[in-house]
Ligand binder design. Structure first.
Ligand code: DQA
Length: 143
């Protein structure tokens, strides 16, 4: 077992072209590369998956129980992604929730995550650095 699941939800596949004043100019490929760099020393590979549909994300979680852990940016599914929550509740390994933007500094509908209570940790507002830090946290947590 040596793969980390990097899971990104709706609208994150267009990072770099999506509201760069909020989400920055790094692409998802940049972020995937950065996470790969972080976990390489631990001997892990990154399995990077992005879907705009909740069902596809649920299926991806179900198919990756054999990963060492996961980094999840659920996008707007943080707000009411109940089936993604149920899928992550059955994911047997530690996982970190990441949001590029500081969701608490934004609209009130972004202030709650239905997923966060299940996460080992949550990182918000640090842009792409948040993914790197989540990867380091995963290395530290899994050991
Ligand atoms: C986001 C924050 C969410 O509220 C938003 O719906 C996104 C991106 C972030 O990374 O900051 O799609 O998850």
């Amino acid at each position: 077992m040596s793969d980390v699941l990097l899971l990104n939800g709706p609208n994150l596949g267009i990072l770099g072209r999506r509201q760069p004043e909020i989400y920055g100019t790094d692409t998802l490929a940049d972020i995937e590369r950065a996470v790969g760099e972080e976990v390489a020393a631990r001997g892990w590979n990154v399995v990077a998956v992005q879907h705009d549909c909740e069902g596809a994300l649920v299926r991806t979680v179900q198919e990756h129980y054999d990963t060492v852990g996961a980094i999840v940016n659920p996008g707007a599914l943080m707000i009411a992604g109940w089936s993604l929550r149920d899928a992550l509740a059955n994911y047997p390994r530690p996982w970190m929730e990441v949001h590029l933007s500081n969701v608490w500094a934004r609209e009130s509908f972004r202030h709650d995550s239905v997923l966060a209570p299940l996460a080992s940790g949550v990182i918000v507002g640090l842009g792409p650095l948040g993914y790197r830090l989540a990867a380091r946290a995963l290395v530290a947590t899994v050991g």
